[in-house]
Design a protein around this ligand. Structure first.
Ligand code: F6P
Length: 471
């Protein structure tokens, strides 16, 4: 068997993390590379200043990191344009925010082709290729066109909306069916997989047997692989991190008030303005809690060159200021709003110190903050997770307080319920959640995907025979 080749837009090279942050995807890819060493290939996170585009190679702990810079034009059309102003909003059910241009689409296809060209130089015939996320949907097609017959898998970290919405993507018929060039296409939830299979049936006339689709002479398999975290390791980290001087300083600064925590990249899919309104409603409707809680919202800026993100940054900053002005006292600030990012170690300690984890995205593929919050809790005195029913994590985290983020009343009520929940119920809910997250940790996720990818598919003719046999 050849090596494992992981391809994603972002690559987290150990020494260069500061420049190229890969977010939730980073944890997942690292788990896969622990199972089977190989190559991690993608964008360096840098925009080239010269006309010659450089490719860098670094070997670290038996993993070869190959990264390439993007030209200014590629960065604009592929990253700022098509992936983040077209695919991101549409896949997050926000057609209203999509800004399509043919130029950006051709930039997207050009960068995918560039990735395929560079990969062509390093791929062996038996290598197993695992492509991650919406940036690289047409990559398998570009590789197949270069003659690669390897087994290639694709995993979508973000949601897949129903075909009624996918078809709003201009040129969807050029792009979405290109996913059929993969051998295995993985999704976070059953809803996402079902939406995609409905697209294939409705738009491409393909039919499946148990999520196996026959396309020309190949079978593609669609399956569900909810991404996890390193649950046990994160729990240990939180136990230690809560003693860090910085975390202790934050705890002391609360003066005995209960901490509510939200941690999100500054993105409209995260529903931060709606969450602030719900918190405001909570303060209005449950005035006994005033001066007794502090809501810490950590929201590192992201994709700042994109207008929708800049607008949202303004909106959130002014909402937080307005609520603090209306409800704050000389000795109490209801909301602490910070745009900087904190490392995993500090976050684990802050999660453990928080009585409530407020995770209310309007739509999210999975949301690992929800899982990390649960893993960080002290099992003897755990905090409560308030979770949007529209986060992929809600499919597993049924013991959280599930809310509709569009309904401020339900979120405000859940905040109150979480803060006053008796210890017995908190323990029961936490135990149930921790059990689920231990059962499906990130290592198991990577193992399941790679095992499914390595497995040769059952030929469809054989499947048909099996299905037609009377019991
Ligand atoms: O899967 C979505 C994702 O790629 C996450 O891994 C990460 O949190 C985020 O998007 C990063 O976005 P960007 O690469 O645009 O900064």
């Amino acid at each position: 068997m050849g090596q494992l080749v992981i391809v994603s837009n972002r690559v987290a090279i150990p020494e260069k993390n500061a420049k190229a942050r890969a977010g939730g995807l980073e944890v997942a890819v690292q788990a896969a590379l622990k199972r089977k060493s190989g190559i991690w290939f993608g964008w360096s996170g840098k925009v080239a200043t010269q006309t010659k585009i450089a490719t860098q190679q670094v070997v670290h702990d038996k993993i070869t990191y190959i990264t390439l810079d993007l030209s200014k034009e590629d960065h604009q059309e592929y990253y700022n344009g098509f992936t983040n102003r077209v695919l991101w909003p549409i896949l997050h059910y926000r057609i209203d925010l999509a800004e399509f241009s043919r130029r950006d689409l051709s930039g997207y296809l050009r960068v995918n082709d560039h990735f395929a060209r560079e990969l062509h130089e390093v791929l062996g015939p038996d290598d197993l290729i695992w492509v991650h996320d919406y940036h690289l949907m047409p990559l398998a097609k570009a590789l197949r066109e270069r003659g690669h017959k390897n087994r290639i898998g694709f995993f979508l970290h973000i949601p897949c909306p129903p075909p009624e919405m996918l078809t709003a993507l201009p040129n969807h018929e050029r792009l979405i069916p290109s996913l059929c060039e993969y051998d295995l296409v993985g999704f976070q939830t059953g809803d996402d997989a079902f939406n995609f299979s409905r697209y294939l049936t409705r738009e491409c006339g393909l039919h499946s047997h148990d999520f196996n689709f026959m396309v020309a002479d190949r079978t593609i398999r669609i399956d569900v692989f909810p991404v996890g975290i390193e649950t046990a390791a994160f729990a240990h980290l939180a136990e230690r991190s809560v003693r860090l001087p910085f975390v202790q300083r934050v705890i002391r600064s609360l003066n005995g008030r209960a901490l509510i925590i939200g941690v999100d990249r500054l993105d409209y899919s995260k529903g931060i303005p709606q969450r602030l309104s719900a918190f405001e409603l909570f303060l209005q409707t449950q005035p006994d809690w005033r001066s007794k809680v502090t809501y810490l919202q950590i929201a590192p800026k992201s994709r700042t060159e994109i207008p929708e993100y800049a607008d949202m940054e303004q909106e959130i900053g002014s909402a937080a200021g307005r609520i603090n002005g209306a409800f704050g006292e000389a000795d109490w600030t209801p909301i602490r709003y910070v745009n900087r990012s904190y490392g995993h170690t500090t976050l684990a300690g802050l999660y453990r110190a928080a009585r409530v984890g407020l995770v209310t995205p309007l739509r999210d593929g999975m949301n690992l903050v929800a899982k990390e919050y649960v893993a960080s809790q002290n099992p003897d005195d755990p905090g409560v997770l308030v979770l949007s029913r529209f986060a992929g994590a809600a499919h597993e985290c049924k013991a959280a307080l599930l809310v509709n983020p569009y309904d401020p009343d339900s979120v405000a009520a859940a905040i109150g319920q979480a803060l006053s929940m008796p210890l017995v119920e908190r323990r029961e809910r936490h135990e149930a959640l921790f059990r689920v997250l231990s059962h499906n940790n990130v290592q198991q996720w990577a193992d399941r995907f790679l095992t499914a990818l390595e497995r040769e598919p059952t030929p469809l003719s054989r499947l048909e025979q099996m299905l037609s046999v009377e019991p």
